[in-house]
Design a protein around this ligand. Structure first.
Ligand code: AR6
Length: 175
C-alpha cells in the first residue's frame, strides 16, 4: 500500500536525513527567504555554487520544474530545487503547476538514484497557495507517482506549521 511509503513529520527540513530534500525555490535559483533561506544557510555555499552553474547553463528554473544540487553540509545527499506557482486566484493553472513540482521532483530523484525524499510544503508560504488545496495536490500527486513506480521507498512530507500538519494528517488518513 502506498500510504506505508508516505510519512508525515513536523519540523525543519534541513535536519531531515533523506537522499533528497525538496526546496521551495524561486526561478532565479539564487536563494531567498522561508525554507529556501533555511536550506542555503544550513547547507552552506556549495549549494549556491551549483545553482549558479545551473543558471549559466539553463538560465534559471521555470515554474513547475526542478533541478538538483549537492546538499552541502546538510544530512541529505541532494537538494532538489523546485519552483512553485505564485497563487493568483487559481485561474493561472496553479494546480497543474504545483502538481508538476511534485512529479518533476520525484522523477529527478529517481534519475539520481534516490530512494527517500522529503518535501517542504511548496508554495504555501510567501507564494500564498491556499494550504488545503496545496496539500490535496501534494498527496494526490505523490500517491499517484508511487502507484506507477517502486523506485522511491519513502516520501516524507515535512510540515513546518501546525496548519499544514493538521491538513496533511486529515488527508493522509483518508487515503
Ligand atoms: N523547513 C520546512 N519547512 C519550512 C521551513 C523549514 N526550515 N521554513 C519554512 N517552511 P516558503 P513558497 C515552510 O515561503 O511559498 C522564498 O523566498 C513554510 O511554513 O518557504 O514556495 C523562495 O526563494 C511554508 O509552509 O516557500 C521564493 O522566492 C513552506 O515552507 C519563495 O519564498 C513554503 O514556504 C517561495 O515561496
Amino acid at each position: 500500500m502506498n500510504y506505508r511509503r508516505i510519512e508525515l513529520l513536523q519540523g525543519d527540513i534541513t535536519k531531515v536525513d533523506t537522499d533528497a530534500i525538496v526546496n521551495a525555490a524561486n526561478s532565479s535559483l539564487m536563494g531567498g527567504g522561508g525554507v529556501d533561506g533555511a536550506i542555503h544557510r544550513a547547507g552552506g555555499p556549495a549549494i549556491l555554487e551549483e545553482c549558479l552553474k545551473i543558471v549559466e547553463v539553463q538560465g534559471g528554473c521555470h515554474t513547475g520544474e526542478a533541478v538538483i544540487t549537492t546538499a552541502g553540509n546538510l544530512p541529505s545527499k541532494y537538494v532538489i530545487h523546485t519552483v512553485g506557482p505564485v497563487w493568483q486566484g487559481g485561474t493561472n493553472n496553479e494546480p497543474e503547476k504545483l502538481a508538476n513540482c511534485y512529479r518533476n521532483s520525484l522523477n529527478l530523484a529517481v534519475k539520481n538514484g534516490c530512494k527517500t525524499i522529503a518535501f517542504s510544503n511548496i508554495s504555501t508560504g510567501v507564494y500564498g497557495y491556499p494550504k488545503r488545496e496545496a496539500a490535496e495536490i501534494a498527496v494526490k500527486t505523490v500517491n499517484e507517482f508511487l502507484q506507477t513506480s517502486q523506485a522511491i521507498e519513502k516520501v516524507i512530507f515535512v510540515c513546518f506549521d501546525n496548519d499544514n500538519l493538521e491538513l496533511y494528517q486529515q488527508i493522509l488518513n483518508r487515503i
